[in-house]
Design a protein. Structure first.
Length: 295
């Protein structure tokens, strides 16, 4: 039977942990992708380290929490809230001069070459601290592409994006839209290597890595790109506009529509923005379906 929008909304709100008075109770738990709603939600929350209320944080601290790794550190370790990228390192002239050639080389690669190139990449200092690169995962002919920020600790160890708590939430969000990791979805990050201590990616790291994501997008050629979180959105769209202002409108990247939403790690703890994430995904669905109709 085809899902109604109301059913999908109910499932989505439940996997996101929206209060039950917003959710029709009957039947909802049985169709969740990641197990029944409240139990799964509580289990998920219980495994997270306690963090300060967002309202008690400075803006810089709050923005720093909009990243998954704070939730990936394990209960004993709460990430210091205001870890920021080092000031822009001076990029040697010779590296700058080589960038267009590097970008051109990468832009001509097929999947195998691209994957091998990422695996052996030494273009920035992150190659010295990573366990392995995290290329991306999923259906290489997907109509949906999701773009996150950078691998966290678990991703660095397992070599796959979004495998921690936020990844479980992401999978549930996809399930609520009748999508699944690897089935009509490709998931990638702006950076392919983990920034040490879960700090923000530095500008030169983004600059070196950008051609990889660009090529992945060109090869997948999705109908819609959903960008997860402030950092990924600002990097992909080359803007400093805050995420609150980027949401709700359809942007474009190389002719492909882009919808911005919150990072799942942020959503794990910010009730008020969970309903907004649903609106974002509804917008993405609409954009996708419209693109399908035109194809
Ligand atoms: N956060 C991200 O943005 N990407 C990952 O792969 C994991 C955590």
């Amino acid at each position: 039977m085809k899902d109604s929008v109301v059913d999908r909304r109910a499932r989505f709100l439940e996997v996101l942990g929206i209060r039950t008075e917003w959710v029709p109770k009957a039947g909802v738990g049985t169709v969740l992708a990641g197990g029944s709603g409240e139990a799964a939600e509580v289990a998920e929350r219980d495994q997270l380290p306690e963090l300060p209320e967002r309202s008690a944080l400075s803006e810089v601290q709050a923005v720093a929490l909009d990243r998954e790794p704070a939730f990936e550190a394990g209960p004993a370790e709460v990430r210091p809230p205001a870890v920021v990228a080092p000031a822009r390192e001076p990029v040697p002239e010779v590296v700058h001069a080589l960038l267009p050639q590097r970008a051109a080389d990468i832009a001509a690669m097929d999947w195998d070459a691209l994957e091998a190139n990422v695996a052996g990449c030494t273009a920035c200092g992150l190659c010295e601290t990573r366990t392995q690169t995290v290329f991306g995962v999923g259906d290489r002919a997907a109509e949906w592409m999701l773009v996150g920020e950078a691998p966290g600790q678990n991703e660095d160890l397992q070599g796959e994006p979004f495998v921690g708590q936020a990844g479980k939430l992401l999978d549930n969000m996809l399930g609520a839209l009748n999508l699944a990791r690897g089935r009509n979805v490709f998931i990638a990050n702006v950076l392919k290597c983990r920034p040490p201590e879960n700090r923000d990616p530095a500008p030169n790291e983004v600059e070196q890595c950008e051609p990889y994501l660009r090529r992945q997008i060109a090869l997948v050629r999705p109908k819609v790109i959903v960008v997860l979180g402030r950092f990924a959105a600002q990097s992909l769209l080359r803007t400093t506009t805050p995420i609150g202002k980027l949401r709700g409108t359809v942007h474009e990247y190389e002719g492909i529509p882009v919808v911005v939403t919150y990072h799942p790690a942020y959503l794990l703890r910010t009730l008020t923005d969970k309903a907004r994430a649903w609106e974002d995904l509804c917008l993405a669905r609409e954009v996708h379906d419209r693109a399908g109709a035109q194809a």
